[in-house]
Design a protein around this ligand. Structure first.
Ligand SMILES: [Fe+2]
Ligand SMILES: [Fe+2]
Length: 218
């Protein structure tokens, strides 16, 4: 499909299929969901594979935490769909080479509840949708949409919050260059206990270091 032209009917059809197969055939459901995730990435600025990378980072954290297959499945669904509500946001807001105004930030923040409500009819995915709904909550209670604090935020929401921010920082934006991995990690550390669950930040840094050492030994 062409960049920027989304076929929402196709996506809904695919989601309905996923909802019916997710428990009996999770492998197939995830394959379909990855296609949806890629389609979301292709249709929201910046079309650079954000949802897929956030998903892969999140799964690595889940594995490190010893998640069961069911928990990993829930996390994967949540991460693939976390920015679903960005479909339809005015692209001009995101593509201009300057920082966002407060009004624009409010518009973008609505993607959380928009995504949640767009997907809420798929009750089979209700656990995963908790991650969609809470991925912009802050550990100290100053996030959105509900201002949940610490363990009130579902664990999958706390995981996606970290991987989402890391991926955003290490990706180029129209108004800034991509941060280096080192700077992004320092920022995660600086915001641990404020924006992020400090335990998840620690585990994610471990995951990234492992990745780096595997790369070096190859
Ligand atoms: Fe988001
Ligand atoms: Fe995101």
């Amino acid at each position: 499909m062409e960049k920027g032209s989304i076929n929402i009917n196709e996506i809904i059809k695919c989601l309905s299929l996923v909802a019916t197969t997710i428990h009996e055939n999770p492998r197939q459901a995830l394959k379909d969901l990855r296609r949806i995730g890629a389609e979301v990435d292709n249709n929201i600025p910046y079309r650079d594979g954000h949802s897929i990378r956030v998903t892969d980072y999140s799964i690595a954290i889940g594995q490190e935490l010893g998640f069961s297959d069911q928990e990993l499945l829930t996390l994967e669904v949540a991460a693939l769909l976390h920015d679903f509500g960005k479909i339809g946001i005015d692209e001009q807001i995101l593509l201009q080479p300057r920082k966002l105004t407060d009004a624009e930030k409010v518009e973008i923040s609505m993607h959380v509840m928009r995504g949640y409500y767009m997907l809420a009819g798929f009750s089979e995915m209700i656990e995963a949708l908790k991650g969609v709904r809470t991925h912009h909550e802050w550990y100290d209670g100053s996030g959105y949409p509900e201002g949940l604090i610490k363990s009130e935020i579902p664990l999958i929401g706390r995981i996606i919050a970290v991987t989402d921010a890391y991926d955003a920082m290490t990706s180029e934006r129209p108004y800034r260059k991509a941060f280096s991995k080192k700077i992004a990690i320092n920022e995660l550390k600086r915001m641990a206990s404020h924006q992020f669950d400090p335990a998840i930040v620690k585990i994610f840094i471990k995951v990234l270091e492992k990745k780096e050492s595997i790369k070096r030994s190859n």
